[in-house]
Design a protein around this ligand. Structure first.
Ligand SMILES: C[S@@+](CC[C@H](N)C(=O)[O-])C[C@H]1O[C@@H](n2cnc3c(N)ncnc32)[C@H](O)[C@@H]1O
Length: 269
């Protein structure tokens, strides 16, 4: 980030406060790997967001650890980035154009999941994703068979999250009280919770709703006094292959027609 970019951002702070209603914005200049240098209070943030920066970082573990340190218990890192279906060779990672296009630095999704768990986010939740097509005829051959996805994840910092989905016989009922979600609450790609419906959930989902800012919007049934084995899981070999509904897609109409997700050009998340 340059001083000129920051000056423009600061120049329009009031405009954005009026336009979007948030007057609590300030800009700090730093590198994402060294969040501790910014003088921010540890454990003081409800939500940390990012769009298409992690893939450019040269130390992605440091970023996740820094974010973990700044989040309150019950807070979350909600961010969009680019992932691949395999580890990229050195030549691809170091290619200046591929790096600048947010492709060369993209993480293999399974390495990202391990890294997130190690940084203190035991249960990364995929919110939405779409494939990225590389249409430039000079760049496409460079990446070989690697496939890229833009994906939004939410990483909750919650005490007691387990490494797998476990069934404790719990359920939740969404109250429909978030103004932007009157009919259903999209926690993630696999958990779209309808208003008023009693929905069985694993222990981790229960904790995410019980120990986060979403608590007041749910009736929570059960506790952790009994264990019934693993919670029946969604999923497939790749998190980006399954057919679960997109948590951010509009509610289905009366006669839903499957629509293929369009590939987007390379360039950003
Ligand atoms: C693809 S742009 C995304 C910008 C913005 N988040 C958006 O959605 O429009 C990537 C941004 O990350 C910044 N960036 C790259 N590496 C960084 C790092 N290590 N620490 C902080 N920012 C970085 C770049 O300066 C650039 O502004």
């Amino acid at each position: 980030m340059t001083a000129e970019q920051l000056a423009i951002a600061r120049q329009y702070t009031d405009f954005h406060a009026q336009e979007f209603g948030y007057a609590n914005v300030s800009f700090l200049n730093g590198t994402i790997e060294k969040l501790e240098d910014l003088g921010l209070e540890p454990e003081s943030f409800d939500v940390i967001i990012s769009n298409c920066v992690l893939n450019l970082s040269t130390d992605k573990s440091a970023v996740l650890q820094g974010v973990q340190r700044l989040l309150k218990s019950g807070g979350e890192f909600y961010f969009a980035d680019v992932y691949t279906d395999r580890r990229l060779p050195e030549a691809v990672r170091r290619h200046p154009v591929l790096y600048g296009e947010c492709l060369g630095g993209a993480l293999y999704w399974n390495d990202f999941l391990s890294m997130a768990r190690t940084a203190g986010f035991p249960d990364p939740r995929l919110v939405s994703h779409h494939p990225i097509s590389i249409t430039d005829p000079k760049l496409a051959p460079l990446v070989g068979l690697a496939r890229f996805h833009s994906a939004t994840y939410r990483l909750f910092k919650i005490n007691g999250l387990e490494s797998a989905s476990e069934d404790h016989g719990q359920a939740v009922i969404y109250r429909g009280t978030l103004p932007e979600h009157p009919d259903r609450f999209p926690l993630d790609h696999h958990h779209v919770l309808e208003t008023g419906r009693t929905q069985p959930v694993c222990g981790n989902t229960y904790r995410m709703l019980h120990q986060s800012r979403f608590r007041e919007h749910f009736d929570l049934i059960g506790d952790f006094s009994r264990h019934f084995g693993p919670f029946p899981a969604w999923g497939s070999l790749s998190p980006f292959n399954d057919q679960a509904p997109d948590a951010l897609a509009p509610a289905p109409s009366a006669a839903p027609t499957p629509v293929p997700v369009p590939a987007t050009p390379a360039g950003c998340c």
